[in-house]
Design a protein around this ligand. Structure first.
Ligand code: ATP
Length: 516
């Protein structure tokens, strides 16, 4: 099945099973804004807990913060967002659709790269075992032609971005013959800058002086509180401040479901270090964050680093952790070495000293910062897309059954176990409820007695419940139940008295945290 097809099914499945709903759906929705349903909110909560514990619980020198969404408007001048948080946009005059010029160019570059891969696949088939990829791409005329186009395009694109040259960005689109995906035409407007921050007014008098912004990132709340936390917590460098919270961006290209939203949530940690030590810590966090991802078990080959070609104005090193989504490798997390840009800038704009006294060096200085910044929603999409599986199962009578199963890592799954009485009589429902009453203090449990046991298993598969406990007549006789594993569908009989210990081991977040 084509990946696009899978993605469409995933979106439909998320809605049908209470993970994600379009916002204000009865009014036909609001573009790029989504609501999390009864299971979605649990998965989201578990993702945040996993991240929070990996930072605040496991590191003595990292503490949390919950700063407000509204901030003094000068914060965004100091951070550079008022002047430079722009996307270059371009409109197609025929379809009236708006695009990000840089995204159009990047997508075109990906298409060229895909053409190379197509040639490679064809050649591989032709040459069989003797195929040497390296030699082929270095000598094949067509491949070399595409590669030359990619190199030239990349060179022009980078220079245009570095110089904020909007005329050249448009010229690249024209020269490459990029067409609008909707109208198919090359009838483009000029490229313009568009600020991504949402504005609103503070108080009852509406004037420009009262304009404030919905924060486009949570990081600035950390920077402006740097001294508060450092002093009140008597923190010594190196130390970090972690925060989870909503962020808002008026994205131009708001497609791909919850990948790019206008209201989303970030998990950010700013790690303050001694100037000169930043590269050591950049490397440290680059590795640690990748370990955090890998511990979830989604597949190591699905991740890669992407070091930035063009560094942001504040950074001296930056990398993205990219994940292979159904629509290709895309960023889920950024790790940036931000130098002393933010603190120095706030120092300048506020006129307040934001310095640290280093007793060892007997000196005051503005610390350097390593930032790790990951989107909750993108992480959610990464887990959900990776979990969605359609399986054909051969039944005992030889018939083929189908099931859709969300293979969400057990520690993150919304519901940990379902307790299912085989029949609605003979004391089985009572036995099931008594087990739930005991286990509900430790795990998110669900009770279900409706329909055949097979259909109930399918329902739990569809929401990703890792374990189903079935109560049968033997339960009453021997105080045992069966545990069915979502992924293998194997069943095992165990004493009720051991359930808590067995399940704790299987669904605990501890194993994930230990692997970081
Ligand atoms: P992109 O290049 O995809 O626009 P970005 O480089 O602007 O992302 P950052 O500013 O580094 O993103 O934000 C850190 C993280 O926040 C991203 O890695 C992503 O997971 C998340 N994020 C950013 N923008 C959005 C959005 N519009 N919707 C959902 N998540 C987002």
């Amino acid at each position: 099945m084509a990946q696009e097809e899978v993605f469409k099914k995933l979106i439909a499945h998320s809605k049908e099973y209470g993970y994600i709903f379009p916002s204000s759906e009865i009014y036909d929705g609001l573009s790029a804004v989504y609501d999390y349903g009864q299971y979605g909110v649990e998965l989201k909560k578990n993702i945040k807990e996993y991240w929070w514990n990996s930072m605040v619980l496991l590191n003595e020198n990292i503490v949390g913060l919950d700063s407000s969404i509204f901030m003094h408007p000068t914060v965004w001048k100091a951070s550079g967002h008022v002047g430079a948080f722009n996307d270059p946009l371009i409109d197609n005059k025929d379809s009236k659709k708006r695009y990000r010029a840089d995204v159009l160019i990047e997508e075109y570059r990906e298409k060229l790269a895909a053409k190379i891969e197509k040639e490679v696949t064809k050649a591989k088939k032709r040459f069989g075992d003797s195929f040497d990829r390296e030699q082929f791409v270095a000598t094949n005329g067509r491949v070399l032609g595409y590669q030359k186009q990619i190199d030239e395009l990349t060179q022009r694109f980078q220079t245009a971005l570095e110089n904020d040259d909007l005329v050249e960005l448009k010229q690249i689109i024209v020269d490459a013959g990029i067409v609008c995906p909707v109208s198919g035409s090359k009838n483009w407007t000029d490229v313009r800058q568009f600020n991504l921050m949402f504005e609103t007014k503070l108080g009852s008098v509406s004037s420009d002086a009262n304009t404030i912004y919905l924060r486009p990132e949570t990081a600035q709340g950390i920077f402006v509180n740097f001294l508060n936390v450092q002093k009140s917590g008597r923190m010594k460098l190196p130390f970090g401040i972690a925060q989870i919270g909503k962020a808002f961006r008026n994205e131009i290209v708001a497609r791909q479901f919850i990948f790019r939203m206008r209201e989303f949530e970030q998990m950010e940690m700013q790690f303050f270090v001694r100037p000169g030590d930043e590269m050591k810590w950049f490397k440290h966090w680059k590795e640690k964050r990748m370990n955090w991802h890998k511990a979830m078990g989604l597949g190591e080959e699905k991740y890669r680093y992407h070091d930035h070609d063009k560094l942001a104005h504040y950074a001296n090193a930056a990398t993205d952790i990219e994940f292979k989504f159904p629509f290709g490798f895309k960023e889920v997390e950024g790790i940036h070495s931000r130098t002393d840009f933010d603190l120095s800038s706030h120092q300048e704009f506020s006129g307040k000293k934001l310095q640290y006294f280093d007793a060892e060096l007997n000196k005051n200085y503005v610390p350097y910062v390593i930032e790790t910044s990951i989107g909750v929603d993108r992480t959610f999409l990464m887990i959900l897309a990776n979990s969605y599986t359609e399986e054909k199962i051969e039944k005992e009578n030889g018939k083929i059954d189908e099931r859709v199963v969300l293979k969400i890592p057990a520690a993150l799954a919304p519901v940990k176990l379902a307790v299912l009485p085989l029949v609605k009589k003979d004391g089985l429902p009572e036995a099931a409820k008594s087990i739930i009453n005991d286990l509900k203090f430790d795990f998110n449990c669900q009770y279900d007695e409706k329909d055949s046991i097979g259909r109930r298993y399918r329902r739990q598969d569809a929401i990703g419940t890792p374990f189903c406990i079935t109560i049968d007549h033997e339960t009453i006789e021997s105080q045992t139940v069966t545990i069915r594993d979502r992924d293998t569908m194997n069943q095992e009989r165990v004493p009720i008295s051991e359930l808590r210990t067995i399940l704790s081991e299987k669904v605990s977040m501890r194993k994930l945290l230990e692997a970081i």
